[in-house]
Design a protein around this ligand. Structure first.
Ligand code: SF4
Length: 324
């Protein structure tokens, strides 16, 4: 958020969104609430997604965090001391954060909302793990606080989802989004660029499909290979390549050009803990990636949403066809 404030960005940044929503400085505290994942424990699959390494993408990995209270307390202290944070949104990040009974979820959300200065919840989960009672529960909270439902899609293409061992379909994602929207919940979609065997056209098709689904938030990042994952094995066998920084910058701009201008771009590059990563090693900070994306937009003379109508008019395909 601070990084975004330093440059005028040609997209609707998460920082700008928070400044518009709240009259005080709001930061997101990512927590690990102790969930597992139905794609790990056998409910829908074993072993998880091929790239999954919560240690690498969760700052509060379960090896080094304390209780929920400690995590939130530490997060608040960090943002207050370093960045003059005033209020906080608690982001349930690690694993699948709706994988539990409604009673357990309610207890957790009530506990978190009981913290002074917590002004919202952001719940990261899988699209096949949001049954109606869970959405009803989130809708209850959304009436009295700020709520984002973050759904991992990664790709809208069946062969890619199979290759990644995601074990859910695009149709399930569409269904989850529609049921969430029926309850006026705000959905943020997660997408990874540079997935194995995905062509440029396939990635842009995912952008166009999301634009038509009317999701309100986007988290975008590049594929990276984390240590100890199945993806690492595939990478070391030469079956997977990763994007160069230049490729990612171009793709991110292509994707955002096809993303409606009112979609909040909440992430534009992965939160990667370097020691856990095999590839790529771009040797740049998040802020530098952001600058390069802005520079590329300037060079093209475009911005987020520049090509939405063009994309939609080219693709009048039926909604049902997308959901295959
Ligand atoms: S759904 Fe998320 S937590 Fe579960 S295996 Fe895939 S990436 Fe990991």
């Amino acid at each position: 958020m601070v990084a975004e404030a330093l440059v005028k960005v040609p997209f609707y940044s998460g920082g700008r969104y928070l400044r518009e929503q709240f009259p005080f400085r709001v930061f997101k505290i990512a927590i690990d609430a102790g969930f597992t994942c139905p794609n790990r424990d056998g409910r829908v699959g074993y072993g998880g997604c091929t790239y999954c390494s919560n240690t690498s993408f969760s700052p509060n990995s379960r090896d080094d965090h304390g209780t929920l209270l400690q995590q939130i307390g530490d997060g608040m202290q960090f943002y207050r001391e370093r960045l003059q944070g005033e209020k906080f949104i608690v982001y349930f990040q690690a694993y699948t954060n709706t994988y539990g009974s409604v009673e357990r979820l309610r207890e957790l959300y009530d506990g978190v909302m009981g913290f002074p200065d917590v002004v919202g919840l952001s719940i990261g989960t899988r699209p096949d793990c949001v049954p109606d009672p869970v959405l009803d529960l989130l809708a209850e909270y959304a009436k009295r606080t700020h709520v984002w439902l973050e759904l991992g899609l990664e790709s809208s293409h069946a062969p890619t989802l199979r290759r990644l061992n995601r074990r859910h379909t695009y149709a399930q994602f569409v269904d989850a989004v529609q049921r969430a929207q029926d309850r006026a919940l705000t959905v943020c979609a997660h997408v990874i660029l540079g997935l194995p065997m995905e062509s440029h056209a396939m990635m842009l098709q995912t952008a166009n499909r999301l634009a038509r689904l009317n999701t309100k938030g986007l988290k975008l990042h590049h594929l990276y290979v984390a240590k100890g994952t199945r993806l690492e094995r595939q990478y070391s066998q030469g079956n997977v390549r990763v994007l160069t920084l230049r490729e990612y910058v171009g793709l991110a701009c292509d994707f955002l050009e096809r993303t409606p201008p009112d979609v909040v771009v909440q992430r534009l590059t992965g939160e990667v803990a370097e020691p856990h990563v095999v590839a790529p090693h771009w040797g740049v900070t998040k802020l530098q990636v952001l600058h390069l994306i802005c520079e590329e937009f300037r060079r093209r003379g475009t911005r987020q949403g520049s090509r939405v109508e063009e994309a939609n008019s080219r693709q009048q395909s039926a909604f049902s066809r997308d959901a295959q």
